[in-house]
Ligand binder design. Structure first.
Ligand code: FHN
Length: 459
């Protein structure tokens, strides 16, 4: 299906929307943070591992605990250390992330800010405003900041979980423990807490809603359009994802995390959100962001050792950028806020690669090729009318010749991005050959820049 992007969001022209989206499209790389009461449970319940794979931020649902039992076990373990947020911000900054999105509230319902409309929050329970600490630390590193906010709520006693067969809840299938519920009271609470979050913490750059189902979404479930309007009234430049809805016009083809449709009407949000997978091709005209874990869980688990390699993480970043998307890579801090050593190491490795090659990711657009046998390609159009192709070589040519399926003229030039070493270019109607050294400068991805007049002509 051809991607369809409409510019129908009321009151905003396409040019105004492009301006609002500019920093996000140029950023390409953000850090996701899942942190809440589940982080203290660490994938363990009553002394036993709940599992070694899958999201342990769902532990309450996995053990089918009611909110009272869950809170009693989890709250004592959740002890954020002083300065935890500065560590997060430093990890993101040195990795080359341009923005941080963190869980202001996950499905468990525990809010990290000091809320005046509830008592299941950091202010009421810990006498701390953790959202303020995180937002200030992220901004102090010069990064953009956003909230992941769950509309699903496993704590609130008016949340009518019986209205959806598809959305999860620890008590699913059981009668409401406190008698009939009035979902509109939960929605009023949801709106009030979101209003606190977009009113009391300065500029907020992103609101990452999560999540709706085909049988319970949008107006019926969340009074979604009103909620988005309220947010925009307080934060006019904010960028929001598509997850208050679950319909094809909002970029969904079903319930699976990979069930996306390459289309988006901006009245449903600003970008679509493939999860744990990278679309096979780009989606011209549709803004999208792939979110991924570093192992298999979003929230911290002491049992999940399935860490992706640095090569996989870096090549995912490149693959996504080569298709015109953003990469939101997750860390799951421990109960005290400390970042697992494996995540720190991975982010440092990404940062080292980005230090020498970030130009080939930031501010680029999707490359012109459907597929390249040896790697990926991003591109940037210069003000001088010349185009730079950033050739990310995963499989370095053994014969010292990198062939690129593009026709160039004599004005074309090439160099290695890291170190800027000039490379000889042989132009030909059937493609271009670039003379490269026998050994790859970077075993994960070496970037060769091919610069030419005008737009690339693929052959
Ligand atoms: O259920 C959540 C899950 O815990 C996690 O937050 C992911 C991240 O995008 N979103 C939902 C699953 O799609």
């Amino acid at each position: 299906m051809a991607p369809i992007a409409l510019w129908a969001m009321p009151g905003e022209t396409r040019e105004q929307r492009d301006e609002r989206m500019r920093w996000w499209r140029e950023a390409r790389f953000g850090m996701f943070v899942h942190w809440g009461l589940y982080s203290g449970l660490s994938g363990t319940w009553e002394g036993k591992p709940v599992g070694t794979r899958g999201g342990m931020e769902w532990i309450q649902e996995r053990v089918k605990a009611d909110t009272g039992m869950y809170a009693k076990r989890a709250i004592p373990l959740f002890q954020p250390k002083k300065g935890f947020a500065r560590e997060w911000a430093r990890v993101a900054k040195q990795a080359g992330c341009r923005y941080v999105v963190f869980t202001s509230k996950h499905h468990e319902g525990f809010a990290l800010h000091d809320s005046k409309v509830g008592d299941y929050d950091a202010g009421s329970v810990l006498k701390r405003d953790l959202v303020k600490e995180i937002v200030n630390a992220v901004r102090a590193e010069g990064l953009r900041v956003g909230y992941y906010h769950s509309v699903i709520d496993w704590h609130h006693d008016q949340y009518e979980y019986g209205r959806s067969k598809q959305l999860p809840h620890p008590l699913k299938g059981k009668p409401y423990p406190n008698g009939q519920r009035d979902h509109s009271k939960y929605v009023a609470y949801l709106h009030a807490q979101v209003d606190e979050l977009v009113s009391d913490y300065g500029p907020v750059d992103i609101l990452w809603w999560d999540y709706s189902s085909q049988d319970f979404q949008g107006e019926e479930a969340w009074r979604a359009f009103e909620l988005m309007d309220k947010v925009r009234a307080k934060q006019p430049k904010i960028i929001m994802n598509n997850r208050l809805f679950r319909i094809p016009q909002a970029g969904f083809s079903g319930m699976g995390t990979a069930a996306i449709a390459p289309r988006l009407d901006p009245k449903y949000g600003d970008f679509i959100t493939p999860e744990q997978h990278i679309p096979t091709t780009g989606m011209p005209g549709v803004d999208w962001e792939t979110c991924m874990t570093m192992n298999t869980t979003w929230g911290y688990s002491e049992h999940d050792r399935a860490w992706k390699s640095n090569e996989t993480l870096i090549r995912n970043l490149i693959d996504i950028a080569s298709k015109g998307g953003n990469y939101l890579l997750n860390i799951g801090p421990k109960a005290d806020g400390s970042v697992p050593a494996e995540s720190v190491q991975a982010m440092e490795a990404i940062g080292a690669w980005m230090k020498g090659n970030g130009e080939s990711v930031y501010g680029t657009t999707a490359g012109p090729f459907e597929k390249l046998a040896w790697g990926r390609c991003t591109q940037k159009r210069g003000r001088n009318g010349r185009t730079r192709l950033y050739l990310h070589v995963f499989d370095w040519p053994g014969d010292g010749k990198l062939t690129v399926p593009v026709a160039v003229d004599q004005s074309a030039s090439a160099f290695l991005l890291a170190g800027r070493k000039k490379l000889a270019v042989t132009a030909g109607e059937r493609g271009t050959a670039i003379a490269v050294a026998n050994d790859a400068p970077d075993k994960i991805a070496s970037v060769v820049v091919l610069e030419m007049n005008g737009s690339p002509r693929v052959v």
